[in-house]
Design a protein around this ligand. Sequence first.
Ligand code: MN
Length: 333
Amino acid sequence: MKNLLFLVTFIFVQNILSAQFIQNPLPYSYDDLEPFVDAETTKLHYSKHHAAYVNNLNAAVAGTPIEKLSLNEILAKASTMSSEIRNNAGGHYNHELYWTVLTPEENTKASTELENAINETFGSLDLLKEKLTTAGISVFGSGWAWLIVTNKGKLAVCSTQNQDNPLMDIATIKGTPIFAIDVWEHAYYLDYLNKKNDYLSTIWNVVNWTEISKRYHDAITNPDKFAFWPEIKSFHKVISHTFYPSEEGNLQPVKEKSSELLENAFALKTSNIPTEYLTRSIVTAVNKLAIYSKSLDKLVKSNATDEKITKALNNLHNEFHTLLELCSLEDNL
Ligand code: MN
């Protein structure tokens, strides 16, 4: 029994220490997309190509500060990443999306909400398919064709080279991807040889419109307005975990996390503020957050009274909301 417990603990700890990025199971069997995508292609594509991106990504970030970032945070900072991390993080994200937007289920339909948006933006579903096919064909070498929701909530079609994607800060057209076509040769070569056009016209037989509709709905209802300012999101996470318990009289979290708050406030202060938020009042608010976080941390470290700590935390929380409001103002300009 003791041995078993040891083994379970060992496996558990080993999992925590190793790979933090994991490949989700394929939502169907290798042969389910036949005859449109053959089993051998899907098997190689999923178990070799995609798996390699995940393994290489985990190896590249291991032991660096980047391993603490989420996949989306890495993509949003692609311009600051090594090409190895940029390629493998993109490769992992892009394939995760690709598997879910394909399905063996026949005749899936776009929701009325998505259909209306497609008609409004492209004229019809057929015209959208044409546009995506053209985007795929126009990729020189390896890359992806995308249907995205822009930061303004509009549909758009674009393409990227290699494993880049529209979530990256280096992308010419940015937004939340809701559908992707892999136009690397490994996605179609066994079936279609070099006939990329045939692959692009056949892929529609296995497209999962139910999933795309769901992703569309999520993208327009929860727009990620801070996608390119991950530091503000990290700060938000820590302030939520400390402020809300303090409202219930529980100061334990803020006492434990005051230096984490300070680190995040400092990271925010030294971050690259996205141009749409780069105003004097926002810079001032960001600087104030760093100052308030520092005095809060000092109070905690010197065992100040709960009253003083609560007051400093409230100040910090208020200043954070001032910053968020300033950002909303900028949005309306
Ligand atoms: Mn691929």
